[in-house]
Ligand binder design. Structure first.
Ligand SMILES: [Zn+2]
Length: 209
């Protein structure tokens, strides 16, 4: 009995160690793939951007996310080098060739800013609250998914032709993440993936990719 339990905990430690070593790579791949899918579906290519004004370090997107305090009223991220706090930006490239650079909010700030704006149309939200709008798409995959996190049923802005655009992402990122980007249920993605004989998401699969 003792031996079994020791063996069991050793295997947990090994699994944990593996995921600690590789988790940064997995998180980075997930983030990149999700933004690639967002681009393919919504036609907006996003890149969070932050260069520390104190030590000139250029932060990677995940460093920017990690540096937020998850406080709805604190808009700064933290430089992992010198710990200086400053605001991050979000660069959005649009399908029509236009580019915008906006403040980039963390997920908590985004939800806090959106919670009383569900009466606004998709276009009004985008026009009047651009930073909120685009931060929401980056963090949650779509405006509908962001409002969903607030338990608000926000109508979809458009009928999205998504089926042929998600093939390359099936099984590489979780079904629920794809579902949020294309505004359908997780089960619709799961069904399509299974019909195509593609195995579900696993960290291992992402590492092999
Ligand atoms: Zn710095």
């Amino acid at each position: 009995m003792q031996t079994t339990s020791i063996r069991h905990s050793t295997s947990i430690i090994q699994t944990t160690r593996l995921s600690i070593v590789q988790s940064a790579h997995i998180a980075q791949r997930m983030f990149t793939l999700r933004l690639d899918l967002v681009e393919s579906i919504h036609g907006m290519k996003y890149m969070p951007k932050a260069e520390c004004p104190n030590c000139s370090k250029k932060l990677k997107p995940l460093e920017i996310l990690k540096g937020f305090n998850d406080d709805p009223y604190d808009f700064d991220t933290t430089c992992p080098g010198c710990k200086h706090r400053f605001s991050a930006r979000l660069v959005a490239n649009f399908r029509n060739g236009g580019t915008a650079e906006l403040p980039f909010y963390c997920a908590i700030q985004t939800l806090n800013g959106l919670h009383d704006k569900d009466t606004l149309s998709y276009e009004d939200l985008k026009k009047s609250y651009g930073a909120l709008f685009h931060s929401a798409v980056v963090h949650f995959g779509s405006i509908t998914a962001a409002f969903g996190r607030l338990s608000i049923d926000y109508p979809m802005n458009e009928r999205i032709a998504w089926k042929d655009k998600v093939f390359g992402f099936l099984g590489l990122i979780p079904d629920g993440v794809i579902a949020n980007v294309v505004c359908v249920s997780k089960y619709a993605i799961q069904k399509l993936r299974r019909d195509l004989g593609i195995k579900g998401f696993s960290h291992r699969k992402l590492l092999e990719d």
